[in-house]
Write a protein that binds this ligand. Sequence first.
Ligand code: SAH
Length: 296
Amino acid sequence: MHEPVMVSEVLEHLAPSRGGVFVDCTVGLGGHARALLEAGATRLIGIDRDPDALARAGDALTAFGDRVSLVHGDYRNLVELLEARGVAAVDGVLADLGVSSMQLDAPDRGFSFRRDEPLDMRMDRSSGVTAADMLAAADERTLADVIYEFGEERHARRVARAIVEAGRTRRIETTGRLADIVRRAIPRKGYSRIDPATRTFQAIRIWVNRELEGLDGFLTRAADRLAPAGRLVVITFHSLEDRVVKHTLRALQTAGGITIRTKRPQVPSEAEIERNPRARSAKLRAATRSEQAVRA
Ligand code: SAH
């Protein structure tokens, strides 16, 4: 089951009881979208790059009828996606980044190191390059950088070397084989609660989906689409993402377009983390568009 993260915080910042148009840039299974609609959003535009997620969101949101429009696309194309629907300004924007538990748990998407499945990892299977193809084409140096940066894996060099060497013998086609290669490359030191393949799988997923590229530009354009007093909420699950969000919001505030609502990022309560493991590393930042801001 996918439970939306930090729902009460999201509602508090986005204030959908004002009514108006809200964009959920990562509609996923529709958990946040449903909460926004129930709390008073007049219209909701839900974007996702994963067609499977959109189908699930569609099921979850049928009760709201034509108050909901679902859009297959990348939120980095937000402006074009809104313009194609004749929407100039919106009252709230939500982005809940990363992967959904539906994607992680699906038996055939290639995100899971707990099962043996084809090594795909694309959020949008209608375009792009699979993890298996990216690994087959990568050099050791690039791979080590990816695993170190996106996975914060101390043993990135060893892991990269092991992957490249194993791939020379036989192309790496499955999550099970990749997980074995990674686990064997990492020195075992006592008992660890997390699987040693976790960090490398996260890194490869971020790389395959280019998750950090264009995040700053997206935030700038999202803030620019907000009506005066419109609200923006971003939830991240990785320190690199949070850093981009923090710096971009600060730059936008300095330029006079927005006021940051969260001096420090908000994190879920202990109780929520207990209930919903996906919440564990969540960080939420929010901003309000200035009343007098001029649209670029
Ligand atoms: N808030 C949702 C869960 C979101 S999980 C809920 O309550 O159910 C994150 C979702 O973002 C995933 O479905 C993923 O496919 C989508 N996503 C990730 N990057 C994206 C991008 N660049 N553009 C559009 N959707 C993206």
